[in-house]
Design a protein around this ligand. Structure first.
Ligand SMILES: Nc1ncnc2c1ncn2[C@@H]1O[C@H](COP(=O)(O)OP(=O)(O)OP(=O)(O)O)[C@@H](O)[C@H]1O
Length: 682
């Protein structure tokens, strides 16, 4: 038998044993889960323990289900001949660790060892499986020794993975993660990790595998959940299968816009043009909204309340003090209003009591005069004492008793319910709703206004403003996350960042993006622009340098553009070579025909290939119409960030660069989408 076959059948035996173990554990977990679900207890502590157990077993059940697909994909052998198999979950037989979870520390050398730093390994082995059958074994020798009879050295699985035809859905790449990617995924850093890198360097891959790692390793991520944010629904569909295939089904996925719309209970808002998005996304609008809200908080003047028909007035000084106290708590506006009202009530109650005291003292005097000097207190002392009143130092009960009857608590409670007082407070410090606050702001900013203030047609661009206002009025969002992953992070406006950050109070985040690909709504040129100087300073910034998507030839076509739009950025290094991209000249009236011809040729040449046309947004409809009903996708350049295809036709590059500001960045994004074939028509 060939070494390849011998090794393959030895691995097959091992893999069979792993699957037997997996099946056994799945059966056991399911039985335990049934038991745990059936058990009921009236004791709250026991009921809680049971719930925790059900949650734990459910998670394990899911992990085991997902792990069944390509259960084991690697093995590492150290110089002493010890071996470890690496896979999607850990499996053991008593003390024997049969399979190591890829996230475990012991699996690190599988990803991190190189010939320069073998980390004690002699060999790294990749296993390819088809169902439960081992279809291939391939080895890398890391310690510089010659391959022996048991080594199967050949083409790397990475090359095979990245050369494979795309399906339109991203897959997990847990079996071929590269060292520079793995170092970020496994980082123990709990704050903000920023991952930058050119197109196709695996930023999305890193972000998603990091989410899975963080879920397993960080307690706060497990308890408060993980959120993945992407630039649009097309992109979210594209990445939807990666985390479930890693056994993680509980990760929330959304766009920054949908996140806010859901939180505020608003319907999906229509997309906005980049000018509106940019204008409505400026950071200073947060200050302006805060000023709008402050403007409603007891503006200077006096506050008059009618109590039993008598006016009681808080003068400017008293009002300013109440405003300063309520405002100074830092509470959101609507909660601070309650405190403001309490202060007004207290003030008014004091005033009413002071007036009563004066009035009663006067009454005592009048009675004494009327009764010819008879001291009423003295005369009624016995009765008053029986009623529980104590005389003051001068032996007087009179107004002390009467004022005591004006129980301050009861008086305040009564005032708090008083309609006239409530009306006066509402005029000074009204309850506010977010939409009204934003409409107030828009009065002063016609460039971001909505047409009809009575039925405002909010667009996605306004959502972060509404979210900001909601925060100012009612405080932090109810739903927060233990870890937030932001993909295509260069696309978020400063106001969107504020929405995202307020949902991640722990600031445990993975932020991935490429500033050279920034669209016109943000045009961020530094991470400090994007994240704010403070957070950017504390962030752990990593750079990916190797392009796994496309060929060296395609990167070469994009290189002059990169030099113009991001002169400081070193181009990524491609690991593959391929065909030289083609340029097809076409006059503007022939353009659509030429695009149809070229895509037709590509689709015919690769019947299973994923073929796309990328065009300026305004040109999409015409091209799609001319193409008719084909499997070729026509994608507007504004929505193509993060996506990839086997073959791409870029239609009318000048049209793309001229369509909107920063058009060269759009073109750069378009040119870097293919995994293999690029045709530029124009
Ligand atoms: N270690 C890897 N093994 C196999 N495939 C990989 C690996 N790293 C990246 N890839 C593949 O390379 C392609 C590009 O990866 P990804 O989309 O994560 O790049 P990106 O940096 O996010 O790109 P962009 O900037 O265009 O959004 C994907 O098909 C991905 O699956």
């Amino acid at each position: 038998m060939q070494p390849r076959q011998t090794e393959q059948s030895a691995e097959q035996q091992y893999v069979d044993a792993l699957y037997a173990r997996l099946d056994g554990e799945s059966r056991r977990v399911r039985a335990d889960l049934d038991d745990a679900r059936r058990a009921s207890s009236a004791d709250p502590a026991e009921a809680y323990t049971r719930e925790v157990r059900v949650a734990m077993l459910t998670r394990r059940e899911r992990t085991l289900d997902a792990a069944g697909h390509h259960l084991c994909f690697g093995r590492i052998d150290d110089a002493g001949g010890r071996t470890l198999h690496i896979g999607r979950t850990g499996l053991s037989d008593g003390d024997d660790q049969l399979l190591i979870d890829w996230r475990a520390e012991a699996a690190r050398p599988f990803y991190a060892a190189t010939a320069a730093h073998p980390m004690g390994l002699r060999r790294r082995r990749h296993l390819a499986l088809d169902g439960r059958r081992v279809t291939r074994v391939s080895d890398e020798i890391l310690d510089g020794t010659e391959p022996g009879p048991g080594d199967v050295v050949g083409d790397g699985p990475l090359l095979e993975a990245i050369s494979a035809r795309r399906t339109g859905r991203m897959r997990d790449v847990v079996s071929t993660l590269q060292a520079e990617q793995d170092a970020i995924i496994r980082s123990a850093h709990r704050g903000v990790t920023v991952v930058e890198g050119g197109p196709g360097t695996g930023k999305t891959v890193v972000a998603l595998h990091r989410a899975a790692y963080v879920l397993a390793g960080f307690e706060e991520a497990r308890s408060d959940g993980v959120l993945v944010l992407g630039p649009g629904t097309r992109f979210l569909d594209y990445i939807a299968e990666v985390l479930p295939s890693l056994g993680e089904n509980d990760v929330a996925m959304s766009t920054a816009d949908r996140l806010v719309a859901d939180a505020l209970g608003l319907p999906e808002a229509p997309a906005a043009g980049h000018e509106l998005r940019r204008a409505a996304g400026e950071a200073r609008l947060a200050d302006e909204l805060a000023a709008v809200v402050r403007g409603y908080q007891a503006p200077s003047g006096r506050l008059t309340v009618l109590v039993d028909g008598d006016p009681v007035t808080l003068d400017e000084h008293a009002l300013a003090e109440a405003r300063a106290t309520a405002g100074g708590t830092g509470l959101p506006h609507n909660q601070a209003r309650e405190l403001f009202k309490d202060l007004v009530v207290e003030w008014v109650a004091d005033e009413v009591q002071a007036r009563a005291r004066v009035f009663l003292a006067k009454l005592d005097e009048d009675i004494e005069v009327l009764t010819g000097g008879v001291n009423v207190d003295k005369a009624a002392a016995g009765d008053l004492a029986r009623l529980g009143f104590a005389p003051d130092d001068g032996g007087r009960f009179g107004h002390a008793a009467a004022v005591a009857e004006l129980d301050p608590g009861a008086l305040q409670a009564e005032l708090a319910e008083d309609v006239a007082l409530e009306r006066a407070v509402e005029a000074a410090w009204p309850y506010l709703v977010a939409q009204d606050v934003v409409l107030d702001l828009l009065d002063a900013r016609p460039e971001i206004s909505v047409p009809d203030a009575d039925a405002p047609a909010w667009t996605a661009a306004h959502l972060p403003l509404l979210d900001e206002a909601e925060h100012l009025l009612n405080g932090p969002p109810a739903r927060i996350y233990g870890h937030v992953v932001v993909d295509e992070a260069q696309e978020l406006t400063p106001m969107q960042w504020r929405s995202v950050l307020r949902r991640c109070p722990g600031r445990s985040m993975t932020v991935v993006g490429d500033l050279a690909q920034a669209g016109p709504a943000t045009g961020a040129t530094s991470w400090a622009d994007a994240l704010g100087a403070d957070l950017a300073r504390r962030a752990d910034v990593r750079t990916l340098t190797v392009c796994y998507r496309t060929t060296a030839e395609v990167l070469e076509v994009a290189a002059p553009l990169l030099a113009r739009i991001a002169p400081d950025q070193a181009p990524a290094r491609a690991v593959r070579n391929g065909d030289v991209p083609r340029r097809v000249a076409a006059a503007s009236d022939e353009l659509v025909d030429a695009v149809v011809r070229e895509t037709g040729a590509l689709a015919a040449a690769g019947p299973d290939d994923l073929v796309a046309v990328v065009a300026a947004d305004a040109a999409v409809e015409q091209i799609a119409g001319a193409l008719g009903d084909t499997r070729v996708r026509v994608v507007p350049v504004s929505q193509v960030r993060g996506l990839e295809f086997d073959a791409v036709v870029v239609a009318d590059p000048d049209g793309i660069t001229g369509a909107r500001p920063g058009g060269e960045r759009d073109l750069y994004v378009a040119l870097t989408r293919p995994t293999r074939t690029l045709v530029v028509v124009g």
